[in-house]
Design a binder for this molecule. Structure first.
Ligand SMILES: Cc1ncc(COP(=O)(O)O)c(C=O)c1O
Length: 511
């Protein structure tokens, strides 16, 4: 049961599925256009009353006068503010998206990332005139070496997935250089891996060998031993895994892979769980990517611009993308003297502003702060897990890292129509972004929850209360959950059709 206070704190729950009080879709600026409405005061007195067509006489370069919406300035402001509010954002509400780590990005990172001296520098400025920016890049490389334990870093890749591709390209370059590529064709990937892992390896021409997880959700050592051999090029591992579980046998895993002549790739998506506490290089990994948006407070790669640094051991350093920021004790410079490099992977050496943001984050937190980040992230996830374990089934229910996975089996048993998707959609009616669903694939009807360290206990308690309330609804009013969301401008869509055949509406200015 939830308390009255908890109930009051919940956002506009609609219990009976009544949608009559909901606002309709926001009309476009063209639908709101009223002839003669003006959004600006034009400087030339006397022409204000004239139609747009007259005003633009002689100004337009080609064709007919575009059909521009005519609106008052305040209405334009309200229109776009309304639209912006339709998007759920971490600055607007809780966002427990497992594995995608939506944590608060401190505004100080934006402030320093957008300093005019950094943003207005032309990317082709000679080294001698860009010492400050080169220092930012070089310092970040050095700090990431400290954090991960690796010997060298590239900041060129624009996202985690590109970092994976770059890392596997370096593994490939290494085996080519050492004459083993024709033999070492296989990359091992556990069945809990993110889809980008096998995709990156396949794009580099490797064969993917999937191994099933052990019943405890971890890498099955026997399954691993069975596939290791002279064809092994390497293994791609996420640690903690996408189930939020730490591979306790990681040292044994790295010994086995190295003994077979393979290399270990660390998918750094879950670095937030161990940052400042443990280092992937110390676990025996040879190469890793970092999703700076998940750990060091930059925007996400997909919505970007992003940054997916790749860190390597000295053995793989010769293959790093070129050029790389370097320092000779006196001056910073772009080092292009990398004869074995896999080459440039991003125009203008990456998204510089993201590097400035990530460096700001690292400097602001410091070593102790980072350790606190990881421990709080783990604490928050375990708090929610412990509070929900009697309400939802948690398949690997033990101390987790920064995230955990539960499922909707208990709720499905109450009503056939109830599933993970419905529960996730219902969360939106309470102003909370759905958790990650149906991933990892190894967990049936998965709901993957990652609160991150940036949320306070009140927010976690609110989320827990909402999840318990949805469970109550599953029991008492299942149709409300099945038909959710009720408060969104777009109701439940057929997800596959929506993704494959999106109905995109736009207005062309000339029609
Ligand atoms: C485990 C894992 N690996 C790799 C990626 C890919 O990272 P990015 O989205 O930065 O390309 C993700 C993305 O969420 C992920 O969760």
């Amino acid at each position: 049961m939830i308390t009255a206070t908890e109930q009051n704190n919940m956002t506009r729950p609609i219990l009976n599925g009544d949608t009559s009080d909901l606002s309709p879709l926001q009309p476009s600026v063209f639908d709101q256009s009223r002839p003669g409405a003006l959004g600006v005061s034009l400087p030339a007195v006397g022409v204000i009353e004239q139609p747009l067509e007259t005003l633009l006489q002689g100004v337009r370069l080609r064709g007919d006068v575009p059909r521009l919406p005519e609106m008052a300035q305040l209405d334009v402001v309200r229109h776009f503010v309304k639209l912006s509010k339709l998007n759920h954002s971490i600055d607007g509400g809780f966002y427990p998206l497992g594995s995608c780590t939506m944590k608060y990005n401190p505004k100080v990172c934006d402030f320093y990332g957008m300093l005019p001296g950094l943003t207005q520098l032309h990317p082709l400025t000679p080294d001698v005139d860009s010492q400050g920016s080169l220092r930012v890049i070089y310092t970040l490389q050095e700090m990431l070496k400290d954090v991960t334990g690796f010997d060298a870093v590239t900041l060129q890749p624009a996202a985690g997935a590109q970092g994976e591709l770059v890392g596997i390209m370096m593994i490939k370059a290494h085996f080519k250089k050492t004459g083993q590529l024709t033999q070492r064709r296989q990359i091992i990937v556990p069945d809990s891996a993110h889809g980008t892992n096998p995709a990156s390896a396949a794009m580099c021409g490797f064969d993917i060998v999937e191994i099933k997880s052990a019943p405890n959700g971890l890498v099955d050592l026997d399954a691993l031993k069975a596939v290791l051999g002279p064809s092994t090029a390497g293994i791609m591992l996420t640690n903690p895994s996408t189930l939020g579980l730490f591979e306790k046998d990681i040292l044994e895993i790295s010994r086995l892979v190295h003994d077979a002549g393979g290399l270990l790739y660390y998918d750094g998506a879950n670095l937030n769980a161990i940052v400042g506490v443990a280092r992937p290089a110390d676990m025996g990994f040879d190469v890793m990517h970092i999703n700076t948006h998940k750990t060091f407070a930059t925007p996400h790669g997909g919505g970007g611009p992003g940054c997916g640094p790749v860190c390597v051991t000295a053995q793989l350093a010769p293959y790093l993308p070129s050029p790389n920021a370097a320092f000779d004790g006196t001056r910073y410079f772009w080092d292009s003297n990398l004869p074995d490099s896999i080459g440039r992977v991003k125009t203008f050496n990456g998204n510089f502003e993201m590097m400035a943001r990530a460096l700001t984050y690292l400097l602001a937190y410091g070593a102790d702060g980072l350790k606190q980040v990881a421990t709080d992230a783990v604490l928050n996830a375990n708090y929610i897990r412990s509070q929900l374990q009697d309400t939802y089934e948690i398949p690997y229910n033990r101390i987790c890292m920064h995230e955990f996975v539960m499922n909707s089996h208990k709720q499905h048993a109450m009503h056939d129509g109830l599933n993970t998707l419905n529960i996730a959609k219902r969360l939106m009616d309470y102003g909370i972004h759905p958790m990650t669903v149906y991933f990892p694939l190894v967990a049936h009807e998965a709901m993957m929850i990652e609160p991150t360290e940036t949320e306070c206990k009140d927010t976690l308690d609110h989320f827990i209360a909402v999840m318990k309330r949805i469970d109550d609804e599953c029991r008492t009013t299942p149709d409300v959950v099945i038909n959710a969301p009720h408060t969104m401008p777009i109701k439940k869509v057929d997800e596959v059709t929506a993704a494959r055949k999106p109905a995109l509406n736009f207005y062309c200015c000339t029609v």
